[in-house]
Design a protein around this ligand. Structure first.
Ligand code: MG
Length: 248
């Protein structure tokens, strides 16, 4: 069952989500050529202390960092490292969650450092637009499959692949709550959305094929064919007529 959040709980998640968005923006501005992903992780750790939030991913299933930093062919769950230095031309995804007053929020961005090539620019644009294509379907009474299908259709129309083995999720007191929200599906199927449901919607796309593999670090998922990948995520709340983004 998808939990329904009270107005008070949603107010807390909106506050937490606002802090998350501020940290993510500062982390993005901090990400420059010569900076290691381990530096980004420590920078985010300091911001969490400053803003009085807990990094939600730290310790989750044993994840040992504050933020996920995934570069180029890395899809998600990139493990920050002092050995991993950012270069001009890298495609960077930052995925970050905060725990604030007992509730989690989750968001991710992908951007290029230095000059982006045409494929990188298109990946960034398509992953964002696919999110909003899905959002157009969100309202009380819609099926979850309506959202998944809209995301998939947009991505495939643009010639990219939808990552199949990773998905969005419900969110609240737990970082991952029911349901699993794939970025592919059929309209008219799946759970029916109700006002007060809070979901993390997160299209993950690949330049070539959707097959993935786990890196030797045991955390980072990478595309099996080495193609570039992009990720975009917000925590949203279902309203009567549509949705509200809580992580902005
Ligand atoms: Mg998520």
């Amino acid at each position: 069952m998808i939990t329904i959040k009270t107005k008070k709980e949603i107010d807390i998640m909106r506050e937490g989500g606002h802090i998350l968005a501020a940290i993510l923006k500062e982390a993005r501005d901090y990400t420059k050529p010569g900076i290691a992903t381990g530096d980004i992780d420590r920078f985010v750790g300091r911001l969490c202390l400053k803003y009085g939030v807990k990094p939600a991913f730290r310790g989750y299933n044993g994840f040992p960092a504050n933020i996920c930093t995934s570069l180029n062919d890395e899809i998600v769950h990139g493990l920050p490292s002092d050995k991993r230095v950012i270069h001009s031309g890298d495609l960077v995804s930052l995925d970050f969650g905060v725990l604030y007053r007992g509730f989690n929020t989750d968001a991710a961005i992908t951007f290029s450092v230095g000059k982006a090539n045409a494929t990188e620019k298109k990946l960034i644009k398509v992953v964002q637009k696919s999110f909003f294509a899905g959002m157009k379907k969100v309202r009380a009474g819609a099926h979850l499959g309506d959202v998944s299908e809209a995301i998939q259709k947009y991505i495939e129309k643009e010639g990219f692949a939808v990552i199949r083995n990773l998905a969005g999720h419900g969110i609240g007191k737990e970082i991952h709550e029911y349901p699993v929200i794939p970025n592919f599906g059929k309209k008219g199927t799946g759970d029916i959305l109700k006002e007060g449901m809070v979901l993390a919607i997160e299209p993950m796309i690949a330049e070539k094929g959707f097959e993935l593999k786990l890196d030797t670090d045991g955390w980072t998922y990478i595309t099996a064919d080495g193609g570039l990948s992009a990720h975009f995520e917000h925590t949203i709340c279902v309203t009567k007529r549509g949705y509200e983004i809580l992580t902005q």
